[in-house]
Write a protein that binds this ligand. Structure first.
Ligand SMILES: NC(=O)c1ccc[n+]([C@@H]2O[C@H](COP(=O)([O-])OP(=O)(O)OC[C@H]3O[C@@H](n4cnc5c(N)ncnc54)[C@H](OP(=O)(O)O)[C@@H]3O)[C@@H](O)[C@H]2O)c1
Length: 353
């Protein structure tokens, strides 16, 4: 039986009691620009400072996005007295080191996906943040979208019955230019970490951490994973299949099948999207849902920022919908798949050597 009505999403709407935090950005590249614009347009959060490895790039970014303080070093950014929370949007190879710097300066931290390159790095960051009493979470914006809230409630209510399988995909066609960060082992490139993190976190959300992981795929000439299929067993009769590719733009949809019903998110499932809930019996009822809010595409990055401000005000140190332990597990599963494929950098020391 499908529910008569779908649960209403919990929305991380601005002006619902959360503080207007003052944000500092490290890594003023592509996603950082989208993030700053989304915050200023759709939340009460304010980007007050940007830190770059170059004063000139900081100046250009600050002027373009209406940011008061343009700073020519990471040190200046993390130690700036007006910054409450640091958003790290540098490549993943830098996430752990930059995160530790921000934590040492006593700031709350939001780190772009993938949180880190290895599970050990993820654990080091979360332990350091907890010891310092600051909040840290991965900028897994998909978890803070309205659809994620509806899905959480459906799973908690048992609307799908026993969850048996998950299929989730994320493939993009990335330029083959060897200098592109996704083709570079020294920048922790590869499909799994950068794109596969989305379907992997989706599988974790429905079935929890896997007990077994089997990966097939292929490497680029530079030695990072070009594509992968990861088949996971979750104990009992739970299974998941995560596919990812940086050599083909794929359907990017995701589905969960349970004993009573299945749910399928249209691609791209990690963006504001729609879903169909289908009863398990043949020709059974179908319920359709689509995001009722006006936020589409990267405007929806604002949800995670408002959520973070609310969590900080509640005195939390981690996201209740994406805990530290789960974050470490997701990075660990991606790392295991990369190790099985022989990707350069799956064991971090290989790159440092
Ligand atoms: N949430 C999403 O939808 C989404 C989308 C795209 C990317 N991302 C994530 O966001 C991060 C950045 O991606 P992006 O596409 O925005 O990258 P990008 O355009 O290349 O920007 C990254 C910025 O990081 C800074 N940086 C610091 N250390 C660096 C280093 N060692 N090498 C190169 N740049 C360095 C650079 O700024 P300065 O040189 O000025 O310091 C650069 O502009 C990645 O972790 C990625 O996975 C998330």
């Amino acid at each position: 039986m499908l529910p008569n009505s779908l649960p209403a999403p919990e929305l991380f709407l601005p002006t619902s009691g959360e503080p207007a935090l003052r944000w500092g950005i490290i890594g003023p590249g592509w996603i950082a620009g989208a993030f700053a614009d989304a915050l200023h347009a759709h939340s009460d959060q304010r980007v007050v400072a940007v830190g770059s490895r170059s004063q000139e790039r900081a100046d250009v970014f600050a002027a373009k996005h209406g940011i008061e303080h343009a700073l020519g070093s990471v040190d200046a950014l993390v130690s700036h007295p007006q910054v409450d929370v640091v958003y790290i949007a540098a490549p993943q190879s830098e996430h752990e080191a930059l995160g530790l710097q921000a934590i040492a300066a006593g700031k709350h931290v939001l780190i772009e996906k993938p949180f880190t390159v290895t599970a050990a790095e993820a654990r080091s960051l979360t332990e350091a943040a907890r010891a310092a009493g600051v909040f840290i979470m991965e900028a897994m914006w998909s978890r803070y979208l309205p659809q994620a809230s509806v899905l959480r409630q459906l799973l908690a209510d048992g609307a799908l019955g026993e969850v048996r399988s998950v299929l989730a995909d994320h493939g993009q066609s990335i330029p083959t230019d060897p200098t592109h960060r996704l083709n570079r082992p020294d920048m922790a490139g590869g499909a799994l970490l950068d794109l596969g993190v989305y379907p992997m976190q989706f599988a974790f959300q429905a079935l929890g951490a896997p007990e077994t992981i089997q990966a097939i795929g292929a490497l680029t000439e530079s030695g990072v994973d070009a594509y992968a299929t990861v088949v996971m067993g979750h104990g009992g009769v739970g299974q998941s299949v995560v596919t990812t590719s940086m050599v083909a733009r794929s359907h990017t949809s995701a589905s969960i099948a349970g004993t009573d019903a299945s749910i399928t998110f249209a691609g791209p499932f990690y963006n504001p999207s729609s879903f169909r809930l289908v009863a398990a019996e043949h020709f059974g009822p179908v319920v359709e849902w689509s995001d009722p809010t006006p936020l589409r595409g990267f405007d929806a990055l604002s949800w995670e920022a408002t959520a973070l401000a609310r969590y900080v005000a509640e005195g939390r140190l981690e996201s209740p919908v994406h805990t530290h332990e789960e974050t470490i597990g997701i990075i660990g599963a991606l790392q295991e798949a990369r190790v099985q494929l022989g990707a350069v950098g799956a064991v971090r020391e290989e790159v440092a050597a």
